[in-house]
Design a protein around this ligand. Sequence first.
Ligand code: F6R
Length: 612
Amino acid sequence: MCGIVGYIGKSEAYPIVIKGLRRLEYRGYDSTGVAIIQDGKLQVHKKKGKVAELEEAVLGKNMHSHIAIGHTRWATHGEPSDRNAHPHLSNNGRLAMLHNGIIENYAPIKKELVLKGYTFKSDTDTEVLLNFIQDIQDNNKCDLEEALRIALKRIVGAYCILLIDQDDPETIIAARKGSPLVIGIGKDAHYLASDASPIIEYTKEVVYVNDYEIAIVRKDELILKNLGNEKQTPFIQKLDMELAAIEKGGYEHFMLKEIFEQPDTIYDCLRGRLLHEQLEIVMAGVDNNIEALTKASRIIIVACGTSWHAGLYAEYLIEELCRIPVEVEYASEFRYRNPVIHAGDVIIAISQSGETADTLVALESAKEKGAFIFGIVNAVGSSIARLSNAGAYTHAGPEIGVASTKAFTGQLTVLAMMALKMAKFKASITEERYVHLVNELASVPEKVKEILNNTSVIEKIALKFKDAKDFLYLGRGYNFPIALEGALKLKEITYIHAEGYPAAEMKHGPIALVDETLPVVFVATKDMYYDKVVSNIQEIKARKGQIIAVASVGDLVLPTMSDNIMFVPEIDEVIAPLLSVIPMQLLSYYVGIAKGIDVDKPRNLAKSVTVE
Ligand code: F6R
């Protein structure tokens, strides 16, 4: 939610910051802005719209400076507009600040400031915090760092801020609580950003700033302090990421690239863990905590969106294979309904970004109550990864397209390995079934490749139904979470209303929606429910609904019921979601493209939802 970039050093700052903002656009893209200091004067340029629109607006302007901060916004307070875009200027015109997060108690502070004569050009909470800092500095006659410290102790909410002062053009001051900040250490230069993607081509040495820390950043100096003004030792880490991983590599969209990367990302996730020949699964985070995991009286899975769908898959999986009760919770609900959590409970948190505020806050409160947290996260070093007691990375690499694809299959892969490992340890699965499922899991990368080798049928189906107003997605058992995921993908990147439902539940209400205009997508691969799903298809056909089906290769029945069949290779039903989700992703992608939507940056969305 909002991307921030800063640079101070020997090079031209503006091009570095703009390039960084383009990399972070996935975090929000309703307005963009930069601030530089030129000959001792602050200059702020900002514009509603994407980064390209700002670039065009400053074309021909002198942007020469060795210091710059930039922001790409996902609106929280105030509509997307030029005046609400960041950075904001303080009333005295000396300070510029940008912010990712939400200041929850901004309203009373604003009231105080208005009474003192402050005026506001925007509707944002950020401008309130900035003027609050100015006010503290004026009243206390202290330096900016001290004023910031005092202000941060008063505010409630989440923030990552970058602040510059035209009277001190050699310093960027940054602070974080709840919204990510990473600082790259270059030669006579420092780079600041919401994630490492703007930094990667300049340096591999980074420091992840912790909550409640303030960074004073100069060309050749990085000082970290806590809110008590005590110096902290920066923990320098090596970035394990290549530039190619965050570029499009010849694909038209990141989403398509990421869909097509899945044979490799699933393989990378399995590599070194699923030892196929030895029929063993080695996962340090699981191995070291196998007692806690398998003796859990209950596993609670906490996640949002697509990651929640992975959690729902895990409920079916862990209950069947490990015989441990599982509950799947929407993080935003879990946090605020005062859930009962016992010391022996295990919480599994699933998150691509590792920064989702709802999930993070839910975990913090569960941890306080003594729960053991196991994180399944994609973004290495992210807040959720650091908060977890143990975990497993999905190793899908940076996911840039807003709609989650390869991170989701990474989550399913980790969950499948984890469940198999736990089931073997508990002896809740027969050796024969274990061996069979290990073999099936190992076959997934090649089978995904087979699906991706022939996407033309899916594209044709997408073109046929692109103008539909609604879609229904139905599935049962392990394919039910995939029906939900298919519907979510369609909503996100095509703006078509879609609903996911358990196939049998549909007759208890949604069947009233069915007429000859309604496309109904059945995830109907060969599994224990297959015959029942076929009956559900008949029920829809009888009401003239348009059937689209995901079927197993070799199925001779479904092609007699519909012309719109997307085949996937046969696989055990426990592993089937790893295959059946691929046509769902592609169907949405092709409909989105046919409708002319920017599928990597659909309206109103952001990749990393760092506000509650
Ligand atoms: C959908 C999507 C979102 C995320 C959700 C959670 O394509 O990407 O629904 O899954 O915002 O995000 P993470 O997994 O980063 O916690």
